[in-house]
Each structure stands twice: as structure tokens, then as C-alpha cells.
Design a protein around this ligand. Structure first.
Ligand code: XMP
Length: 516
């Protein structure tokens, strides 16, 4: 079991904002990678049978008191090591070189020139642009090491020991701005180290099928489906692994996008033969939301009602021992590795799928090692339609947080129609996949307009589109003016109840992505 974990890469996380990116870049080359805390012991690392070790960047200074602890025995292993930024300084400092703090760092683009184009820099152009982000720098490389590249500012940009079993870059090869970053990581994985490129969606599915069967035996699994890609992929994977032993349940709270519940059920039931049941609970949810206008209260009402509905439905279905969830790797990393972080609660995110703690289920979480892009690839391999796979993230409370003020059936319908027109146009203009998340917001403020010879006095619609990698920060999408014009015209002409459209140009921060 877990054969796919072997001959991959262990990444020790010294606190870089790019650590997850390193893991993703490694996996893009079909090599398994796992992020571990910096103090992980060499025994724990070797037990995983990795083929290489990467030491990430980090905010600390190598000689400061706050420098993270690590097991010095890692420096004596036979495992090939790549140090990135702080990782380079750590290697320099602990192998007899010198690191200095000049008080003046390098941030952003730098140009490097190669001093040695073998091994790590094989097939890399003699000069290229890289992404730097560091305060300290190496002033003397360790004995027996040599410089692989230097930057035009005279900084040692990369270095290695004699046989290149220890290599290090001051810049960030994992960041897209580093022109040759992909080649450099490829060289590390396959020329410096001997990694196994077996981390593919097909192999992942085969391994998970075996693992799910082993975990579940002849038990029964309940699988909550929200319409989003993660839970849909879990349902499809479970179906492939254990067929009718798994029952997927979609609770329609009446606040999904137009046809979303239907499309999801069709794709799973008709397309893949998944045993799925959709429960229309909209009456209950909407009556609970009657008169509720406060955003946090809306979230609480929906979160609680979700639990009641789920409880009732699972009871009706008889004893289920297992509950399947679409937990992803970033959640696992955030909860495990970055311990001690204190996050300020801006909004109480209530994932529909969040369940009461006293429920007696054993969890099945087949995606807990995957990043979102990997989930999408697994979904494709399982035969899910592209429209479901590429779907933008959708908040658990759904349209409730996109209807400012009172939620009524009429308002939901107006927003669903407008949102559908907006999405159609993004697909028509081939923009949907360039955007991380796009949606419409109903702002029940009436403004005056004119249609034909008639005066109108109707609702305002906000439309929003953002680019982002994880939803934590976001920039507003530079939507082409022709597309904006098409969206506004078609919505005002075809959706009754809206006579004006505005585009939201707020980034996060200071805005949040959702309006409520
Ligand atoms: P904000 O609005 O906080 O959103 O910038 C960041 C991302 O989270 C989604 N979001 C939610 N997801 N339950 C969820 O499952 C929620 O209550 C919730 N609120 C926001 C939002 O759509 C965006 O992708």
C-alpha cells in the first residue's frame, strides 16, 4: 500500500509562502511530494522512502534565535538535497560556509549567469531571469562546493557540492517568474536525484480504489455531494471502488445556481451510474431564512439546517458506518504543518458538508493528498464532464450570501437567471477558465431606467470576477470591455427585474470575494 509515496520528495517547510507551490511543481512532473514540519526527524523522513529532500525558503534569518529547529542528521544522509533560498543559506551555514546580513535584500526579478551548466542547470540558457526574495546572502561557500550561477548583482545564485548531491538556489525555481524554473526542478528530480515519475491520475485512482476497499470492507458509505468538483470526484471514485456500497446525497437548499443540482445528479447518475439521491430541502431552508438579513446569521442558519437535514436523511437511510468527504491537501497542510498560526476570522466559512461532531462515522477522505488541479485531473480520468470539472468554487451558503438583504424565492430566481446569462457569456467568450471565480450579486436597490418608451424602476445587479490561486488573496479580473457590454445588454434585456449592471473592481484585500 502507498507504493506511490515511495521515491518521491519530502519538503521540509521552513515557513515560505511558496512551500505549497514547490509541492505542486514537483507533482506536475509526476513525482509525489509531501510537506513536513522542519523539525521532522531523519528517521521519520527515511521511513517514507523518499528519493530526495527539498529545504524550502522561509522568513527567518539563519543566525537569528527564531531560526526553526531541524534534525541536523539530515545533512549526513545520502539523500540528494535541494535548498531553496533559506534552504540554501541553511546548507551554506551548516556545511562550513558563511552567510551575511547586508541589510539590503533582493526582491523580484534578477538576471543570473551560469558558471556550471551540468546537472542542476543542464539545458538552462547561459543567462535567464529568476525570482528572488531574500534578505541575507552567502558570502563564502563551503569548502569543496562551487558556484553554479551568480546574479548580475554579484550574489551567489546557486551552488553545489562536488558531486552535486547537495544543490541550492538563492532564487525560487518554483515560481512561474523564474524562466527556467521547470527545467531546474526537472533536473533536480531526475538528474541529481532518482525520483520515480509514477504520480499520475491513473495510478492514484488504482491505489485509492485498493485503499478504499481495504478501509470499508463490506461496510456502507454515505457521501455528501455539493455540486462542486471535490465532492463530485469523491462520489465518482467511491462508485468505482465499491459501487452500490456507497450512496451519494445532494441536499438542495434552494440556493444553488440554476440547474446546478440537476446537472450534478445527471453527470453522476446518468453519466457514471453513481447511486445518488437529491433531496429538495428548499422549503425548510427558505422558511428558516425568512426575514434574516445579517450575513453571519444567514451562514449560521444554513449551516445548522444543513446538519439537521443531513441527520434526518442519514437516519432514514439506515446504518452507515462511513462518511466520505472531499478534504484536500491544502487543508491538511494548513491544519498540520503551519501550527500555531492565528488566523483572524473574517467570515465564518461554513462548508456545506460540515457535520455535527457527535456523529458516529468513520471518515473516508480519498482526496486528502491532492491539490485542486490534481483533483480536476483525477475527475477527468474518471470521465466526469469538463463543465463540472472546471466549475468555479461556490460557497456553501450559496446564493444566500449573494442576495443582499432579504432572501425570497423571487429574488433567488432573478439572481439565478442573471447569473446564468453571465456564465453563458464567459463560456462564449472563452474567458471562464481564465477566471478563478465569477458570480453575480443581487443588490435590491431600485434605480431608474428606460426601456423602449417605458420608464423602469428595478434592481441593481453587481457582477464580479476575480483571479486568485487559493481564494486568500484575489485581484479583480480585467474583463474585456466588449464582454462587459455584452453581459450588461443581455442581462438587462432578458432578465426581468434588473435594469442596471455594475462591475466590481475591488481586490482582496481590502474587499472579500463574496459580498456578504
Ligand atoms: P471570501 O468572501 O471570504 O471568500 O473572500 C473566499 C472563498 O471562500 C468562499 N466562501 C465560502 N465557502 N462557505 C464556503 O464553503 C462559506 O461560508 C464561504 N464564504 C466564502 C468564496 O466563495 C471564495 O471562494
Amino acid at each position: 500500500m502507498y507504493e506511490l509515496h515511495k521515491h518521491g520528495v519530502v519538503i521540509l517547510d521552513f515557513g515560505s509562502q511558496y512551500t505549497q507551490l514547490i509541492a505542486r511543481r514537483v507533482r506536475e512532473q509526476n513525482v509525489f511530494s509531501e510537506i513536513l514540519p522542519p523539525e521532522t526527524s531523519i528517521t521519520d523522513i527515511l521511513n517514507r522512502e523518499p528519493a530526495a529532500l527539498i529545504l524550502s525558503g522561509g522568513p527567518s534569518s539563519i543566525f537569528g534565535n527564531e531560526a526553526p529547529e531541524f534534525d541536523k542528521a539530515i545533512l549526513d544522509t545520502d539523500l540528494p538535497i535541494l535548498g531553496i533560498c533559506y534552504g540554501l543559506q541553511l546548507l551554506a551555514h551548516h556545511q562550513g560556509g558563511e552567510v551575511e546580513s547586508t541589510g539590503q535584500g533582493e526582491y523580484g526579478f534578477a538576471e543570473i549567469e551560469l558558471d556550471d551548466n551540468s546537472g542542476l542547470f543542464d539545458s538552462v540558457p547561459q543567462t535567464s531571469k529568476v525570482w528572488m526574495s531574500h534578505m541575507d546572502r552567502v558570502s563564502k561557500i563551503p569548502n569543496g562546493w562551487h558556484t553554479l550561477a551568480h546574479s548580475s548583482n554579484g550574489v551567489i545564485a546557486a551552488m553545489a557540492n562536488e558531486d552535486q548531491s547537495r544543490v541550492a538556489t538563492q532564487f525560487h525555481p518554483e515560481v512561474a517568474h523564474t524562466e527556467a524554473g521547470k527545467i531546474i526542478l526537472h533536473n533536480f528530480l531526475f538528474k541529481v536525484a532518482n525520483c520515480d515519475p509514477s504520480w499520475t491520475p491513473g495510478n492514484f485512482i488504482d491505489e485509492q480504489i485498493a485503499l478504499i476497499r481495504k478501509q470499508v470492507g463490506d461496510g456502507k458509505v454515505l457521501c455528501g455531494v455539493s455540486g462542486g468538483v471535490d465532492s463530485t470526484v469523491v462520489a465518482a471514485l467511491l462508485h468505482k471502488a465499491i459501487g452500490e456500497q456507497s450512496t451519494a446525497v445532494l441536499i438542495d437548499h434552494g440556493l444553488l445556481r440554476k440547474n446546478e443540482a440537476r446537472d450534478c445528479v445527471n453527470a453522476l447518475k446518468t453519466g457514471l451510474g453513481v447511486n445518488i439521491h437529491c433531496y429538495d430541502e428548499s422549503e425548510t431552508f427558505l422558511s428558516q431564512l425568512d426575514g434574516v438579513t445579517d450575513p453571519e446569521k444567514k451562514r449560521k442558519v444554513i449551516g445548522n439546517q444543513f446538519i439537521y437535514s443531513f441527520d434526518r436523511i442519514s437516519e432514514e437511510m439506515g446504518k452507515m458506518q462511513f462518511l466520505a468527504q472531499g478534504t484536500l491537501y491544502p487543508d491538511v497542510v494548513e491544519s498540520g504543518v503551519s501550527k500555531g498560526k492565528t488566523a483572524h476570522v473574517i467570515k465564518s466559512h461554513h462548508n456545506v458538508g460540515g457535520l455535527p461532531e457527535d456523529m458516529e462515522f468513520e471518515l473516508v477522505e480519498p482526496l486528502r493528498e491532492l491539490f485542486k488541479d490534481e483533483v480536476r485531473n483525477v475527475g477527468r480520468e474518471l470521465g466526469l464532464p469538463e463543465i463540472l470539472i472546471e466549475r468555479h468554487p461556490f460557497p456553501g451558503p450559496g446564493l444566500a450570501v449573494r442576495i443582499i438583504g432579504d432572501i425570497t424565492r423571487e429574488r433567488i430566481k432573478i439572481l439565478q437567471e442573471a447569473d446564468q446569462v453571465y456564465m453563458d457569456i464567459l463560456h462564449e467568450d472563452n474567458l471562464y477558465n481564465d477566471i478563478w471565480q465569477a458570480f453575480a450579486v443581487l443588490i435590491p436597490v431600485l434605480t431608474v431606467g428606460v426601456m423602449g418608451d417605458q420608464r423602469t424602476y428595478e434592481n441593481l445587479l453587481g457582477i464580479r470576477a476575480v483571479t486568485s490561486t487559493d481564494g486568500m488573496t484575489a485581484d479583480w479580473f480585467r474583463m474585456p470591455a466588449d464582454t462587459l457590454s455584452k453581459i450588461s445588454n443581455r442581462i438587462v434585456n432578458s432578465v426581468r427585474g434588473i435594469n442596471r449592471v455594475v462591475y466590481d473592481i475591488t481586490s482582496k484585500p481590502p474587499g472579500t470575494i463574496e459580498w456578504e
